[in-house]
Write a protein that binds this ligand. Sequence first.
Ligand SMILES: [Fe+2]
Ligand SMILES: [Fe+2]
Length: 190
Amino acid sequence: MNTEATESVIFETIKLITMMNKKVEKALNDQIRVEAESSQAYLAMACWAEIHGFSGTAAFLYRHSDEERLHMLKLVHFVNDRGGQAVIPELKQPSRTYKSLNAIFQALHDHEVRVTAEINSVVDTCLKEKDYTTHNFMQWYVSEQIEEETLARNILDKLKLIGSDKGGLYIFDRDLESTNAALEGGGKGA
Ligand SMILES: [Fe+2]
Ligand SMILES: [Fe+2]
């Protein structure tokens, strides 16, 4: 075997050794789609809030949408760095209309619960495939989901107390603006 052929065999062998497990790669690409869908959904909710005069809620949702895009990017880089290929998905148009702030945060909460289930399923695949590196990487998402679900539940509880009281909703929106500013200041994801 000449030098060129030897180098090619070495290269192919290294590629094979460092390639990401296909099932794990698929699970991570599915999760890339889920995070991208979250970002789109929250962006659509932000638009609704903005045109209905809920500026605090809009700011909160725009920031949340950005956070979800960062969650997606973190996965994209991980897949590409670990010998896989990130697939950027086509996305469905999210809903344009919502009945109320309550409906928005109910949808957001339910969405986060579904995302948690998806993340658990990625973790499950990592364990089945004995991919402990990706399992370790996914723990960040597991912790993030606990915080996101708690935040969504707390917001929903407040809205349930307020009901349809306009003054209450005004204060809620202003409070969310402060919550958003605090989250932005702390660099913490919602
Ligand atoms: Fe996320
Ligand atoms: Fe989320």
